[in-house]
Design a protein around this ligand. Structure first.
Ligand code: HEC
Ligand code: HEC
Length: 303
């Protein structure tokens, strides 16, 4: 596994990325030209056998097995590690070691300075379509301690290369649903299902869904086509990061995000249009409240 991950990091690291202003977290990204120089978080075997080590192990368990261990907080088929690959360790997959040292930070999304716990609560509310645990809950402490440990040796308030997802610029010709559908059929459906429904074994997801009631909701960062394209280009197909062209990444991201998913929990007065104006009009490239083939998207899936 180590060797595979190292190979993946090397191939992903050779792609170039552009920097953005630090206070704009709508699209996390980091300048990164040094191929193999990614930060290496500590190994599990380095963990001390004491109360701190125990807390790290608990945080790790919650991160990779979130749905099963925190059913009250998760409203879909995701674990944190569904989008933060290799247990939150992988560069260009919004690794926890890239995140932890960068908080507290201002976020446009909720227009305030967010603590690290508040940042995680955001992923519970939107990406996990759930109910965030309290900032002082044992689970939140464990998730924070796990992140803190992974970040051992990084510098606070200085971006570590490999943080976030590198930005994939929108191709000059935009994106195309039909081409995206074709990429999906050829390279994604085998794992994520013909209808983006994922795959279950004995009622438990072994491959996460990409749309529908068990996916991330309309308020999640991944609902932006630009963010999904970045994640996809650097992380998918699983085991072959960097193999899609920018165009293919945008096309397939658009295809995924033109499907229904759970409603944005910030829904304004029951109105898709009001919600679009308030939260989606200036939030990257997204289809919430847009008419596609005669149907307004953002209806939600009833959960
Ligand atoms: C559906 C995919 C998805 C899931 C599931 C998910 N996240 Fe995220 N997470 C993202 C995206 C996308 C971003 C980047 C946000 C952006 O660009 O706005 C992010 C950002 C973050 C950040 C900040 C990264 C940084 O560098 O500032 C942290 C911390 C984080 N997530 C933790 C979690 C935790 C903990 C969980 C589980 C409770 C979780 N995420 C579940 C997609 C996901
Ligand atoms: C070999 C199986 C496989 C293939 C092929 C594959 N994926 Fe994935 N994908 C996964 C797994 C597994 C995860 C969750 C990560 C984990 O658990 O390690 C994932 C996670 C994701 C996620 C974030 C989590 C979610 O459910 O929203 C997206 C988006 C995604 N894949 C898109 C794609 C796209 C687009 C393609 C095709 C270009 C693709 N995947 C091809 C296995 C695959």
């Amino acid at each position: 596994m180590r060797t595979l991950m190292t190979a993946l990091l090397l191939s992903a690291g050779s792609l170039q990325a552009a920097p953005i202003a630090m206070e704009d977290q709508s699209q996390l990204t980091v300048p990164d030209g040094q191929a193999a120089a990614h930060f290496a978080p500590p190994a599990e075997s380095d963990l001390p056998d004491n109360a701190f080590g125990e807390m790290v192990r608990q945080g790790h368990a919650l991160f990779v097995d979130t749905r099963r261990l925190m059913p009250e907080a998760v409203g879909n088929g995701m674990n944190c590690s569904s989008c933060h690959l290799d247990q939150g360790r992988m560069a260009h997959s919004a690794p926890l070691w890239g995140a932890y040292p960068m908080y507290p930070a201002y976020r446009k999304k909720n227009d305030k300075v967010n603590t690290y716990a508040e940042r995680i609560q955001g992923c519970f509310q939107f990406s996990m379509n759930g109910r965030p645990p309290a900032a002082d809950s044992p689970q939140m402490t464990a998730l924070s301690v796990y992140s803190y440990w992974l970040a051992t040796g990084t510098r606070t308030a200085i971006e570590t290369p490999g943080r976030g997802y590198p930005e994939v610029p929108q191709p000059a010709g935009g994106y195309d649903f039909a081409r995206g559908q074709q990429v999906y059929r050829e390279q994604c459906a085998i794992c994520h299902g013909d209808q983006g429904e994922g795959q279950k074994v004995a009622d438990d997801y072994v491959m996460p869904p990409l749309w529908g009631a068990d996916s991330y909701n309309w308020g999640a960062g991944m609902h932006r086509i630009n963010t999904a394209a970045s994640f996809i280009k650097y992380n998918m197909p699983l085991g072959k990061p960097g193999s899609l062209s920018d165009q293919q990444a945008w096309d397939v991201a658009a295809w995924i995000n033109r499907h229904e998913r759970p409603q944005d929990p910030r829904l304004v007065e029951g109105s898709i249009e009001k919600t679009r104006l308030k939260f989606h009009a200036n939030d990257g490239v997204n289809l919430y409240g847009q008419k596609v083939e005669g149907v307004v998207l953002g209806q939600g899936t009833g959960r």
